[in-house]
Design a protein around this ligand. Sequence first.
Ligand code: RIB
Ligand code: CA
Length: 309
Amino acid sequence: MTEVWIDTDLGFDDLAAVLTVAAAPDWRIAGLSLVAGNAPLPVVVDNALRCASFWRWEFPIHAGCEGPLACPLVTAQAILGEDAMRSAGRSLPAARATLAAGHAVEALAAHLRVALEPATVLALGPLTNLATLLQRWPELAPRIGQLTWMGGSAGPGNHTAAAEFNAAVDPESVQAVLDAGVPLRMVGLDACRQVRVHASDAAALRALPGEQAAVLADLLEGYVRIASPDASLPMALYDPVAAVALVQPAAVQFEPAHLVMELEGRHTRGMTVVERRVPRRAAANALVATRVDEAAARACVLGALATPA
Ligand code: RIB
Ligand code: CA
């Protein structure tokens, strides 16, 4: 059994990623740390507690940082809706679950300290919690054995032409993680865009029994409609591809690269600049996802969404 700590700004694709890990037989979620990103922290907390009640999650959920290290919070609510859970119908039922005591950064630090070996962390949002931990306790950097992050891009952005959302929200936190020398695996937009979901995938979920499948079908359809209001086009899966990289490693290929975080550019702030000519042009400081087996990734994620709670 492999343990993983998940840091998330819980929107729909984050939920799909958590369900993908939760459905994996050899994986155990040690805890969830919440961070502002898709929506302000109170909304992310409400989403997480609704999910915890609906899927009867037993791992601790801690609220974390309310905003980026060095700039005002920008959310994705204009695209994802006020609750960052755009739906074609049903929404998550009201929460009965409650947060675990303690700030997420302290909870993750405690987890890293007691872990028997350097921990596996999956990050699905801005890296504010991770960066805050590493700045406060730099001695914990070696306690992170692998950080797999859905974020950045080796190609065009989505938040801006140059920058992917998670990186763009808090670029200083990405820089802090790079400075700390944490073993980073970046699953960027260019990798995620190789895996798409369709309105027909939502229809297939809707045909299944159970309340969870019905709600997921409406949330998935709402997510697909981000790409086209009439759901005629496919939509790229983001966070779940990073989860697949953990639970089905053969489906996602990585290559060493030199990753630079653009902090200054008037038009390029938040851009992850990926130099693949390593070590000739620069020393590798990250692994970057390059190729994804779409069929395997889709089967893994859609199979998890179809798994009864
Ligand atoms: O750019 C995609 C990322 O931004 C995903 O993590 C999504 O949840 C949003 O946070
Ligand atoms: Ca996310």
